[in-house]
Design a protein around this ligand. Structure first.
Ligand code: KG4
Ligand code: ZN
Length: 339
């Protein structure tokens, strides 16, 4: 099966061509083109939905054209078009969805609608070395979401818990803003943290001991805000100290809850996904704690380019769930969740 996948849920415009045959348990990425309007948003300190949608409009056709060209396939060889249906920004989603519907109508190819959140989980199915066994526990950590999901099989998912307020990536970004760091702040905080003293501040670990699998990161943001008010003008050393302590708090909570869920669900694999999964410290800490829990549990995370938003992960989900639909049945749904 060969699919053209399109992702436009936020500020990345991406198209990919992926393939999978019935014997394979992984997805082959033939091309994955990503154009990001992040530089524009870094100037405004966050995403302005209107600006993101206009940028999607500018790049969608060239990006699709390039993805098909790079794949060396002809349009006639494609079996379907996969599209991110939601969640995301309505303006951005509409660009991808309406372009996919138009191409579907003209090319006479069915559409496979994909939930962006499942896409992040399926980024782990791209690497042929990943032998993912079920049940698999997925920790999805992105700018908009922080969720623990049990993947019992390709067609049986159970949502275990998620954030009650800010997502992990959102916490990095909002705290970065307090420190005058460019948007998105996650990668900058990770870098600055390398020079910081992790004992300098003792920020809260919200909900770390709660019995459920929920998260909350807004209290951490408030604690950092209070600290910055107390300090007033701060130097580079203090910023690095705050960065390492914030990163430590977020990672400790994510790791503790994931290990608790792995124990309770008897997961055979653990999958990491979403933009925050690009954080090396999170990968290292989780790997260590999983090995301590049970060395038989396999731990997987996508390569960094597949952690942040991209169309290859949308294609990856689609080839495992090829529920083809007519273009007229497809609509954007910004509120889509795990369902
Ligand atoms: O998955 P993604 O590209 O977009 C959403 O679906 O939300 O994730 C973007 C988020 C941003 O909040 C960004 O700060 C965070 O991922 N992020 C990181 C790192 N790289 C990206 N957070 C921590 N460390 C990183 N290295
Ligand atoms: Zn995402």
């Amino acid at each position: 099966m060969k699919i053209l996948a399109i992702e436009t849920s936020c500020d990345e415009t991406s198209a990919a061509v992926v393939s999978k045959n019935s014997e394979q348990n992984h997805v082959k990425v033939l091309s994955n083109v990503i154009s990001s309007s992040l530089m524009l948003h870094s100037k405004t300190g966050g995403i302005i939905p209107d600006v993101a949608a206009r940028e999607q409009l500018k790049y969608i056709i060239p990006v699709i054209q390039k993805a098909i060209e790079n794949s060396k396939l002809k349009i006639k060889n494609l079996d379907a078009i996969a599209i991110t249906q939601g969640p995301g920004l309505i303006g951005s989603l509409l660009v991808g969805v309406e372009v996919a519907k138009t191409l579907s109508y003209i090319w006479k190819k069915p559409i496979i609608p994909v939930n962006h959140l499942f896409g992040h989980i399926y980024a782990n199915f791209v690497d042929p070395k990943n032998k993912i066994e079920f049940p698999a526990l997925a920790l999805l950590v992105s700018g908009g979401h922080t969720d623990l999901v049990l993947v019992k099989s390709h067609n049986n998912f159970k949502w275990l818990g998620g954030t009650r307020d800010d997502a992990a990536g959102e916490a990095f970004d909002k705290i970065g803003r307090l420190l005058n760091l460019p948007y998105p702040a996650g990668p900058t905080i990770e870098n600055l943290a390398k020079k910081g003293d992790e004992k300098a501040f003792n920020f809260p670990r919200p909900m770390i001991g709660s019995k459920d699998f929920d998260f909350s990161f807004s209290g951490l943001k408030a604690a950092v805000w209070r600290e910055t008010k107390k300090i007033g003008l701060f130097d580079d050393k203090t910023i690095s100290d705050i960065c390492v302590c914030v990163q430590k708090s977020i990672i400790e909570v994510l790791v503790r809850k994931t290990i608790k869920a792995a124990k309770e669900t008897k997961a055979k694999s653990i999958l990491l996904g979403g933009g925050v999964a690009a954080n090396q410290k999170l990968r290292d800490e989780l790997k260590l704690k999983i090995e301590n829990l049970n060395p038989e549990i396999n731990f997987f995370f996508p390569e960094k380019i597949l952690c942040t938003d991209n169309a290859a992960m949308i294609g990856a989900y689609a080839v495992f769930h090829p529920g083809k639909k007519l273009w007229s049945k497809i609509y954007a749904n910004p509120e889509l969740y795990f369902q």
